[in-house]
Design a binder for this molecule. Structure first.
Ligand SMILES: [Zn+2]
Length: 253
């Protein structure tokens, strides 16, 4: 399994919000960076053309006027693209990035997000003719409204934001949904760990994150040529963030 990560993601002064807090990515990399089965790969920033697949020129220009933010956001989108390309080879990948992206609409963003990392990665592969269909699971505590907006015209892209309010029902909702969709070319996971029982979502356990990793691995093996990648969204309870990401990755690999 590959981990898409660059030390630049440790920089926390590109913004002042919950996703940019110091120590957040350190907590994750301390847990997953030490795994010998995981190879850390440095991403390239996304091109402006790639970003424009998901966003309007006016919005891209607005972000561009803030150079530190633009540089961080294009590197995040590039990490998502990198992870998606690893997935195409049949090897799983996790992009440990910030700023997150699932609240980034075509022409605006909120909730600590800047560019729609998942949308950009999938639209880039689609434009290159590498995929025609996709499934996106977003298990963040908050609905991935931006991802839904960016990918809304793509009928062969199926998106699930589970809403069930306890572990058992939540996992069943995912299982039931994937039973009802056709085979796809790739599985993308918007991995938001704020659905954790001690985080704002107050719902899922560490073991649930492992189970969701397993479910997506199984679905990818059955219906997506094993192709699967995940990208970081939310997750703000730092004492357990590393172990939760690690649990997901162990299930997903
Ligand atoms: Zn969230």
């Amino acid at each position: 399994m590959k981990i898409l990560f660059d030390d630049k993601f440790y920089e926390s002064d590109y913004a002042d919000d919950g996703a940019s807090v110091p120590g957040r990515l350190e907590a994750i990399m301390a847990a997953i960076g030490a795994e010998t089965a995981f190879e850390v790969v440095r991403p390239q920033p996304a091109s402006e053309d790639a970003v424009r697949l998901a966003h309007t020129p006016a919005y891209v220009d607005t972000v561009k006027s803030n150079a530190p933010l633009y540089n961080m956001a294009t590197l995040a989108a590039g990490a998502a693209i990198g992870a998606a390309n690893v997935a195409l080879t049949g090897e799983p990948a996790f992009a440990c990035l910030r700023p997150p992206g699932h609240h980034a609409y075509r022409e605006s963003a909120w909730g600590y997000c800047v560019f729609c990392n998942m949308g950009i990665a999938l639209l880039q592969l689609k434009q290159e003719g590498k995929i025609e269909s996709a499934f996106v699971l977003d298990f963040d505590a908050h609905t991935g409204d931006g991802t839904r907006d960016v990918l809304s015209d793509w009928k062969e892209c199926h998106i699930l934001n589970p809403y069930a309010d306890n572990s058992e029902a939540y996992l069943k909702e995912i299982q039931d949904f994937v039973k009802g969709i056709p085979a796809v070319d790739i599985v993308g996971v918007c991995a938001g760990f704020d659905s954790y029982q001690k985080d704002v979502g107050r719902k899922l356990t560490t073991f649930d994150f492992y189970c969701m990793g397993v479910l997506m691995k199984q679905f990818a093996k059955k219906a997506a040529h094993q192709r699967r990648f995940a990208i970081l969204e939310g997750g703000y309870y730092l004492p357990d963030l590393g172990k939760n990401v690690l649990a997901f990755c162990h299930g997903f690999q």
